[in-house]
Design a protein around this ligand. Structure first.
Ligand code: AMP
Length: 193
């Protein structure tokens, strides 16, 4: 597992545990020499996770839609910022660059990225594992809704089993690494650079 894409809040959230979890994840990524791919922003949990990786000398690649956020310049000198055409291209690029995905607490932007990644996995467009860092039980209501969805016959148990849910970053990274496929399917979304 060389690069992990993190989806998380552009806000920090109210509990200090959210910031702590983002910092812990950033530290763990840097310590394991796993590059961070994310939305490129320097505030909120996005800023915390990227800041932690950079502070430990790790690799950070932000992907941002041209003209929508900021001036196209990276918020830190030691990170890479890739500009793409729009929000669609951005999600596709982040998915291409990463070997696995992690969602941290966040808002609708985070949900949208998580669900597109989840739904594309269900469609067989990629085989990359997806993790939820369930800090302070943040995702419990979402998991309840997903269980309800399977119970009501709109999603298989197998699909739900694709989501790896842990509240400890090290453990989540460990489980994602085990789940990363060693073989790529023809036509699978995966490309570096
Ligand atoms: P939210 O969870 O609604 O705060 O949105 C966070 C997600 O949407 C992130 O993973 C980003 O990819 C994207 N996003 C939202 N706001 C921004 C921003 N100001 N700059 C860059 N990306 C953002």
């Amino acid at each position: 597992m060389k690069q992990v894409c993190v989806y998380c809040g552009s806000n920090p959230g109210v509990l200090p545990q959210y910031r702590q979890a983002a910092a812990d994840l950033g530290n763990a990524l840097a310590a394991q020499k796993i590059g961070l791919v994310y939305g490129g922003y320097g505030e909120g949990l996005m800023g915390v996770v990227s800041g932690a990786v950079l502070a430990k000398g790790g690799s950070v690649c932000g992907v941002t839609p041209r003209g929508l956020f900021g001036d196209g310049k990276p918020h830190a000198p030691n990170m890479q910022l890739i500009e793409v055409e729009d929000m669609h291209a951005r999600k596709q690029k982040m998915m291409q660059l990463a070997d696995a995905f992690i969602a941290l607490p966040g808002g609708v932007g985070t949900y949208e990225e998580l669900f597109e990644t989840f739904s594309w996995a269900q469609l067989g467009l990629h085989q990359k594992p997806i993790g939820l860092l369930n800090t302070a039980g943040f995702f419990d209501p979402l998991l309840t809704m997903l269980h309800h969805t399977t119970e009501q016959g709109f999603m298989g148990q197998q699909a739900l089993g694709r989501l790896l849910v842990f509240d400890e970053p090290q453990l989540l990274l460990q489980q994602l690494a085990v789940a990363v496929p060693t073989i790529q399917l023809p036509g699978e979304i995966h490309q570096r650079g």
